[in-house]
Design a protein around this ligand. Structure first.
Ligand SMILES: [Zn+2]
Length: 508
């Protein structure tokens, strides 16, 4: 049941240098309406699931990263935490790097410049309005209307900003109330005030307030002096960015990050190849990959929301696969080849997201039982609480605790094969014998229950005719591969072409 799970040798070296894209990411502007509307995959929502993935990739890197060392071990851990942030920073960056960078700048005499830049970039303190455009409200240049632009931490700051600009408290309250009725979201607001000088004070003519995505409110003053707010829709366009890279001597993860791929996209890239590549054994240095993703941007070109992976390809001397992510009209997210054939097959090779293989199928010396015997399944190292999926459609024939294997689920599939899942921390609510489950149904959450385990992992078994078989190498029946048709294939082709145009434009 158990594993060699947490062997530091399975952690590849962290990224040392700065991330350097292999090519420019000239954006291709696409109307936002064309982008699929759906929620992000569970992996990116759950911190634990998402943070486990880089580990998986480092594990994959062990095939060609044989040198363990202490620095590798300690530096790998902060990298995991870093992946929960949507940054483009190389996650495996050494914690010493900022220090070294500072030192280098100091030597170059650039420290003063560096400090100045930081001063400029320091974010505005909350509750404080910061003038973006130079304005002199005390001495208006002309008796005409003046505009002031401000950045506010939130809706509640509007009143203070208006009174600070010279608007009477009563009018400030009324205008802020009108704005608040439309501005429902939290978040920073860019506000533009139209002010008419009136003696030493200012009469508010109106204000525009917008969030980063361009949505917001316009508040106007009617002839009777009352304020009313109207909503403004978001103005977003979608850009498709394309990056290509080569597998380095360490791991796919480090290769992707150094090519400039946003690290939060890597989990879904892995998922795309669940059915087709054994990523632990089938990729090697020099193999190539390509990634395309969509990013919504506002009118100023700033990124809004999370990037969404659209395309993933892997090329090795043995095989090459280019996959497109597509949301079918029924809302199902899946990956398809260029002809619209789904990647889904008879059996999921990896029934858990973010897995790294910590112990393979075959004879081995058992770490808990202390004798050599067949390891009848595959161990996937995942944090406790990671969803465990039915590897194929079938009927639950067991959902019971066992001594050695802890909480177990057994599924009999339609072709007679049986899969078993061990060490679960929880069963899915209501899961019971005789229950029909579809492929990908969450049967429980991973854990470390049972006496034959030394750490959190899923032990996954496949039995054919009662005999244990390696689920990673078994030949599956691909006749179930579905091809999109009707309006789905039309929509798919449209999206595929859009991605391919971006890929061609951003070719080397
Ligand atoms: Zn095991």
């Amino acid at each position: 049941m158990d594993d060699d799970s947490f062997d530091p040798r399975s952690w590849a070296k962290p990224q040392q240098g700065a991330a350097k894209p292999q090519q420019d990411t000239a954006p291709a502007a696409i109307p936002a309406a064309a982008q699929p509307a759906e929620s992000p995959p569970p992996a990116s929502e759950s911190g634990s699931a998402a943070s486990s993935l880089p580990e998986a990739w480092r594990d994959i890197g062990t095939a060609f990263a044989p040198k363990p060392d202490a620095a590798t071990h300690s530096a790998a851990k902060p990298a995991v935490a870093a992946t929960s942030k949507p940054t483009r920073t190389a996650s495996g960056m050494s914690p010493l790097l900022p220090l070294l960078l500072s030192l280098a700048l100091l030597i170059g005499g650039g420290l003063a410049a560096w400090m100045t830049r930081h001063e400029v970039k320091r974010p505005a303190a909350p509750q404080q309005a910061v003038a973006e455009a130079p304005a002199a409200p005390e001495v208006p240049p002309s008796p005409g209307e003046v505009e002031r632009s401000l950045v506010l931490a939130g809706v509640s700051d509007i009143v203070g900003a208006l009174t600070a600009a010279g608007v009477s408290p009563q009018e400030a309250q009324a205008a802020a109330k009108a704005a608040a009725q439309v501005l429902a979201k939290p978040g920073e607001i860019h506000a533009t005030l139209s002010l008419m000088p009136q003696g030493k004070a200012f009469l508010l003519q109106g204000l525009k307030a917008s969030y980063a995505d361009g949505s917001g409110a316009v508040v106007t003053r009617d002839s009777a002096g009352a304020f009313s707010g109207a909503a403004v829709a978001a103005e977003l366009t979608q850009q498709i960015k394309v990056l290509r890279g080569e597998i380095d001597s360490e791991s796919f993860y480090t290769s992707a990050v150094s090519a400039g791929v946003i690290d939060t996209l890597i989990p879904e890239f892995i998922n795309a190849f669940t059915y087709d590549f054994n990523l632990a054994s089938e990729i090697n240095p020099g193999d190539t990959f390509e990634v395309a993703w969509a990013q919504s941007v506002n009118a100023q070109g700033g990124a809004v929301g999370q990037p969404q992976l659209l395309f993933a390809s892997l090329t090795t001397p043995q095989k090459s696969l280019a996959l497109y992510r597509f949301v079918s009209p029924d809302g199902k997210v899946a990956w398809y080849d260029g002809n619209g054939a789904s990647t889904q097959r008879g059996l999921m090779r990896t029934p858990v997201d973010g897995a790294r293989i910590t112990s393979k199928f075959g004879m081995r010396f058992h770490p808990v039982l202390h004798y050599t015997r067949l390891h009848a399944g595959v161990d996937f190292g995942v944090p406790v609480g990671t969803p465990v999926y039915a590897a194929a459609a079938g009927v639950v024939i067991g959902a019971t605790p066992t001594g050695c294997g802890g909480n177990m689920v057994v599924i009999q599939h339609d072709n007679g094969w049986v899969t078993r899942y061990f060490h679960l921390s929880h069963y899915a609510e209501g899961l019971h014998e005789g229950q029909r489950v579809s492929q990908g149904y969450t049967v429980g959450l991973s854990g470390t229950t049972g006496s034959c385990t030394t750490g959190p992992h899923l032990h996954f078994e496949l039995r054919i005719g009662g005999e244990p078989v390696d689920p990673l190498s078994v030949k599956t029946d691909d006749s179930e591969r579905k091809k999109l048709d009707g309006t789905s294939i039309q929509a798919f082709m449209h999206q595929r072409d859009r991605v391919d145009v971006a890929r061609a434009k951003q070719a080397m």
